[in-house]
Ligand binder design. Structure first.
Ligand code: FES
Ligand code: FES
Length: 156
């Protein structure tokens, strides 16, 4: 076992983990069940987090390689009582069905809109390419991204 600190949603946490543990496992063991395990092979985006400002699939990142990193999970953006504008847009657009893909979709949207406040459909498709949804057919998710972008532009 080894020990390392991570800054998770702004709070420094000391974690103990196997040298070959993936970041996904460490986050979930630390109580971050909002980070979902889907494929475990880097293909579905359910486990996405923002790691030092970049969207990554945490099932493909060795925890030992990112000790000290700043990690944002969907919980770091907002809560049920104080949702982030992107979370609210997903709800308002009806883009949350079973909800399994939603944390990853929201973080991918957050990452996209941080760089591109007014994305086209094609840019949204590219940004969400690594995030799979089995329920929605993606149309409402695209609507949610446009709605979030519009609201974020309106609120500066
Ligand atoms: S669980 Fe990590 S990409 Fe699917
Ligand atoms: S809402 Fe169920 S997988 Fe996307």
């Amino acid at each position: 076992m080894m020990e390392g600190c991570f800054v998770i949603n702004g709070i420094e946490k000391k974690c103990t983990f196997e040298p070959d543990a993936m970041l996904l496992q460490v986050l979930r063991d630390g109580g971050h069940s909002e980070v979902k395990r889907g494929c475990d092979t880097g293909e579905c985006g359910a486990c996405a987090v923002v790691l030092n400002g970049e969207l990554v699939n945490s099932c493909k990142v060795f925890a030992a390689s990112v000790v000290g990193a700043e990690i944002v999970t969907v919980q770091g953006l907002g809560t049920v009582h104080r949702p982030h504008v992107i979370q609210q847009a997903f709800v308002d657009a009806g883009a949350v069905q079973c909800g399994f893909c939603t944390p990853g979709m929201i973080l991918a949207t957050y990452s996209l809109l941080s760089q591109n406040p007014d994305p086209s459909d094609q840019e949204i498709r590219k940004a969400l390419d690594g995030n799979k949804c089995r329920c929605s057919g993606y149309v409402k998710i695209f609507d949610a991204v446009h709605l979030a972008a519009e609201r974020m532009r309106d609120h500066g």
